[in-house]
Design a protein. Structure first.
Length: 301
């Protein structure tokens, strides 16, 4: 107690100042540093063998994707170039073959290919035309055309339904081919790492989207056209080569896209800690710091 005038005051003593000494020995661990188990978890190390295995895996997935994309491109080219030359398989590739005898301006037998209207041997073709109307196989306002196929589109040769089904299916084939070629070049980046796989996956997925639309529209168009000819009493059949190549190209592109997706995921057995693990590690480190602070306060008290 201290007397000041006539009043007594209680003296308040300052807490003792804690001094810490640091050793020059580099092996000394500071009190507030995380335990070795947490530090090892926060900074995982990957062995050279694991890194090499990951690189080999990425290269293998990229090479397989290149092969499947190459197959898809070749099959699409068979469809697009059908009727261009009298060589196999181009002279056997067509979407629809139907007997058109008796229709004004038409052949006895007509084959619908990507650019042309050909005879039953895929020769003597009319064209080429970009996105030709379905009814250009006969004259304007032709007689004896199946009712479901005739209409005012394409110079009074084609119905509205078949005009737009064929046109949109035709153009999406080219869009799908464009993105497939871009994905083929991008697949070389997929051999280098996960970022390259991600870029190739996005382009390949776009190609798969457009090719799905293209093949679906073409299938619907010519199945309906075949049925229309048969209802009118005319023989008609779907081209097995054209649709076999189209759906084969779709399957190859789907597999390539899936391989790119696997490349993005990487090697689950050799990757670093997950996001949840990192959050848990941060919480553990914070609790360790708080406990250290509590010990310091206890020393001051």
């Amino acid at each position: 107690m201290v007397m000041v005038g006539n009043k007594r005051h209680r003296a308040v003593l300052a807490p003792p100042i804690r001094t810490e000494t640091f050793s020059a020995n580099p092996t000394t661990t500071l009190e507030n540093s995380p335990p070795p188990a947490i530090a090892k978890h926060l900074h995982p190390q990957q062995s050279p063998y694991q890194t090499a295995a990951t690189m080999v895996k990425q290269a293998g997935l990229g090479l397989a994707s290149i092969i499947f994309l190459s197959g898809s491109i070749v099959l699409l080219m068979f469809v697009i170039l059908s009727g261009v030359k009298d060589t196999a398989p181009l002279n056997k590739t067509y979407f629809l073959e139907a007997k058109t005898a008796g229709i004004t301006g038409a052949r006895d037998v007509t084959r619908w290919t990507y650019f042309y209207y050909c005879n039953d041997q895929n020769t003597g073709c009319w064209g080429p035309w970009p996105a030709p109307a379905f009814g250009w196989a006969w004259n304007q306002n032709a007689a004896n055309v199946p009712p479901a196929l005739e209409g005012g589109h394409g110079g009074d040769t084609t119905s509205t339904e078949f005009f737009y089904l064929w046109r949109f299916g035709w153009v999406t084939y080219l869009i799908a081919l464009f993105f497939t070629v871009i994905a083929w070049f991008g697949s070389f980046l997929a051999c280098c790492g996960r970022l390259g796989s991600a870029l190739a996956f996005m382009v390949s997925a776009a190609a798969l989207f457009f090719l799905s639309i293209a093949v679906s529209l073409m299938t619907a168009t010519f199945v309906k056209a075949r049925n229309a000819f048969r209802v009118a009493g005319r023989d008609a059949e779907i081209g097995t080569y054209a649709f076999g190549f189209s759906w084969g190209a779709w399957a190859a592109l789907f597999i390539a896209t899936f391989l790119f997706f696997i490349g993005i995921r990487g090697d689950k057995g050799h990757k670093g800690p997950s996001r949840f693990s990192r959050k848990r590690s941060v919480r553990s480190r914070r609790s360790f710091d708080v406990n250290s602070g509590h010990r310091v306060k206890e020393d001051y008290s």
